[in-house]
Design a protein around this ligand. Structure first.
Ligand SMILES: [Zn+2]
Length: 353
């Protein structure tokens, strides 16, 4: 039986007032105007609860949580050169975490075939255990993933982060964890400067952090190949019970903050790959909004993600990229395979589909 996909959001996302800033209220407005016109792509709309503070404290220090709350209470405060808070920001951030937590709860309850999208501001993947940065206050997806591990008994989580910026916060949070595989495709050099291939995780988490940096100018052929030819084979080795995507749309050709050239079809192809992987591994899959600063491209690509995700998975083996299925193996994917093989001896070599 098909399970209805879920869309999580909350009006408080519009109360996080950043003023004249790329990460602005209009991002959510643009997404939801388009989704409303498309009848929410058939998704069940769910109002995200505020996350319980104890769940956020599993990822962030008490001092950090208190700093965000106090700054928000104080009014308009800059926590770093590009991360600002307003009186509505703390509550918006609680609901942004709550969206990820509720998404995860529903994914795990629904099991194989359940999919969903959590669309909130502020985004989260730059927030570290102890600080806000890069437009992010709390690390929404990390709070959701930690909840899955600590409270729902999920043993292995995959986070695929295709935001154009490295998800340094998520990387920090799960650096020594082998219950979460973090795979990030990002432009380098670019903010925040981390995410080199040599950053592999530490302690028992070594090998469970995988960075796939790409140069400016990279587009569909690079991003789709890295997802299809590196992230998916890694996931087949790891066998996650829950698949999460840090879904940023700022690698889009129209995005003003970065220099990559992913098209709408590229995001559709990457989503189809994740959906088919979820089908193959019989794991639920959820997307959590990160960046994306061209309003039209952002709205279109979120809607395309949701539509693609809701379609039935193609049968195994997953790995064809739909209309972009004839893209070859990118040299960066072949390079990553060679580099990762000592840590993942069963990792399948990329093959032209
Ligand atoms: Zn970004």
């Amino acid at each position: 039986m098909a399970i209805r996909p879920v869309y999580l959001s909350h009006p408080s996302s519009r109360d996080h007032d950043t003023g004249a800033h790329p990460e602005r209220v209009e991002r959510i407005t643009a997404i939801e105007e388009l989704l409303a016109a498309r009848d929410w792509c058939g998704y069940e709309c769910v109002s995200s609860p505020a996350a319980d503070r104890t769940l956020i404290a599993r990822v962030h220090s008490a001092a950090h949580i208190e700093r965000v709350e106090a700054a928000s209470r104080a009014g308009f405060v800059a926590l770093d050169e590009d991360t600002v808070v307003s009186p509505g920001s703390y509550v918006a951030a609680l609901h942004a975490c709550g969206g990820a937590v509720e998404l995860v709860r529903r994914l795990v309850a629904g099991g194989a075939g359940q999919v969903g999208f959590s669309a909130h501001r502020p985004p989260g993947h730059h927030a570290t255990p102890t600080r806000a940065m890069g437009f992010c206050l709390f690390n929404n997806i990390a709070v959701g993933a930690r909840y899955a591990i600590a409270e729902l008994g999920v043993r292995r989580v995959l986070i695929l982060d295709w935001d154009v910026h490295h998800g340094n916060g998520t990387s920090d949070i799960f650096w020594e964890c082998d219950q979460l595989l973090f795979v990030s495709v990002h432009q380098s050099p670019l903010y925040p400067g981390s995410g080199r291939p040599s950053e592999l995780g530490g302690g028992r988490g070594r090998g469970y952090t995988v960075n796939l940096p790409v140069p400016a100018g990279s587009g569909d052929e690079t991003f789709v190949s890295l997802v299809r030819d590196v992230a998916l084979p890694l996931a087949r080795c790891y066998q996650p019970e829950l698949i999460l995507v840090s879904a940023g749309y700022d690698a889009h050709a129209d995005d003003p903050l970065a220099g990559c050239t992913v098209s709408d079809a590229g995001y559709g192809a990457m989503t189809a790959l994740v959906r088919d992987l979820a089908g193959e591994l019989e794991a639920p899959a959820g997307f959590v909004l990160e960046g994306g600063y061209d309003l039209d491209a952002l709205a279109r690509c979120v809607a395309l993600t949701m539509e693609t995700l809701a379609m039935p998975a193609r049968t195994r083996p997953a790995g064809h990229a739909g209309p972009l299925g004839d893209l070859g193996v990118h040299p960066l994917a072949a390079e990553a395979h060679t580099r990762l093989l000592p840590l993942w001896p069963d990792l399948a070599a990329p093959q032209r589909p």
